[in-house]
Design a protein around this ligand. Structure first.
Ligand code: NAP
Length: 363
């Protein structure tokens, strides 16, 4: 059974190619295994971060690729085309973490009415969230446009939700305004939407070409370009949610706001070229710290009890999704050439912020 896979050179993400791999035919599947056709998946800057951190956070081990290459994980949908598991029928739709490929074999385990897990040995050792699949056949929340929104935003908005909750729990560290870099990114505007609704002032930092888009969202009280941060008043407390991961920008902000910088959270790295590492010298204000979502999820899961996280997240999601009809234009691109094009455009920051890409390696 041939699968078409898209792989990238781990040490030079500009190098990428389409390859054919062999998977077992339906008849030769091991017991409990599923042969899944990857039908469509989302692609955003977040997937580039998976590639950048592939070695460090073990993302490369999830979907094996030839020596020196990696298969970038994506969030999307698959259809079970053959099943050796008695509880799962061919034709089922699954939502979860997939390779950039036409097919995947899943070793189904912990099968419940709503979910299952891939128990393949090489997929262990990462957070369980990356090996869980939701069974979504017939679920309108995962069909059509709603399904595109889930693939595009579910993992991103979960982070927006966690950061908002963390900041609110800490009373915004005494700040009445939050600065967000890469304000045009989906993760940033998800966070701005939540923070803004609490009556905290949201200030979006973005590149000159994205100012109009960020202004149009309505969830930022103010928008400034990266080279104009000194136009902001420096004498009031501020919290910084950094999606860009841009070290020179972080240094400039800390120098400018000094002791008024009450929180500095490193969340993303959309500007990865400009941030090879942390600044060597100590910065004024709060010490920059990585926001590690699993720690916060663990804490809240304990405090909120069974279902508590899902209920709260579901309510936040329901308030966010209606905005997306105005904020995002979803387009679908199919086939290896289109996928390669979309990958390189995303890698090189050429996708306009109002565009949201749904891809498939199948024509
Ligand atoms: N820690 C976590 O668990 C977690 C979870 C979710 C997301 N994140 C991170 O949040 C960040 C945003 O992800 P997203 O998927 O929401 O992004 P997205 O919507 O695809 O963001 C696109 C924006 O990012 C900036 N950008 C993208 N590529 C760039 C490049 N090559 N050069 C310069 N700027 C570039 C631009 O914004 P500007 O012009 O406004 O700078 C662009 O408009 C990612 O780094 C992602 O990994 C982290």
């Amino acid at each position: 059974m041939p699968s078409t896979d898209f792989v990238v050179a781990r040490n030079d993400l500009q190098q990428c190619k389409v390859i054919e791999t062999q998977l077992p035919d339906a008849a030769a599947l091991p017991d409990e295994a599923l042969l899944v056709k990857v039908t469509r998946f989302a692609f955003t800057a977040n997937n580039i971060t998976y590639a950048v951190l592939g070695d460090h956070l073990k993302y490369w081990q999830l979907f094996p690729a030839p020596e020196g290459f990696g298969n970038v994980p994506v969030w999307g949908f698959g259809e079970v085309v053959a099943s050796k598991h008695p509880g799962i029928a061919a034709g089922e739709t699954l939502f979860g973490y997939f390779p950039m490929a036409t097919h995947l074999v899943i070793e189904a385990a912990d099968v419940s009415k709503t979910s299952l897990r891939d128990a393949a040995a090489h997929r262990q050792g990462v957070s369980p969230v990356y090996n869980a699949y939701r069974r979504v056949s017939g679920d309108p929340a995962f069909a059509g446009k709603q399904g595109d929104y889930q693939a595009l935003l579910r993992p991103l908005f979960a982070l927006s939700f966690m950061v908002d909750d963390f900041l609110a729990e800490n009373e915004f560290f005494g700040a009445k305004r939050v600065l967000l870099s890469s304000a045009s990114s989906k993760t940033a505007y998800g966070l701005a939407h939540l923070v803004h609704a609490r009556g905290i002032r949201t200030i979006g930092l973005t590149s000159a070409g994205n100012v109009d888009f960020v202004n149009s969202l309505g969830c930022y009280d103010e928008v400034v370009t990266y080279d104009d941060v000194t136009s902001l008043p420096a004498d009031q407390p501020v919290a910084y949610a950094d999606m860009a991961g841009n070290s020179p920008l972080r240094s400039a902000l800390h120098q400018y706001f000094g002791e008024q910088m009450k929180y500095s959270g490193i969340i993303g790295l959309t500007h990865r070229k400009s941030s090879p590492g942390e600044p060597a010298q100590a910065l004024p204000g709060a010490i920059p710290q990585f926001f590690f979502a699993p720690d916060h999820i663990r804490k809240r899961s304990k405090e909120w009890g069974p279902g508590g996280f899902d209920t709260r997240y579901g309510a936040a999601w329901a308030g966010f999704v209606p905005k997306l009809d105005h904020w995002m234009k979803v387009s679908e691109h199919r086939g290896p050439a289109a996928v390669q094009h979309a990958y390189l455009d995303t890698l090189n920051g050429r996708v306009p912020p109002d565009q949201a890409l749904i891809l498939s390696l199948s024509e």
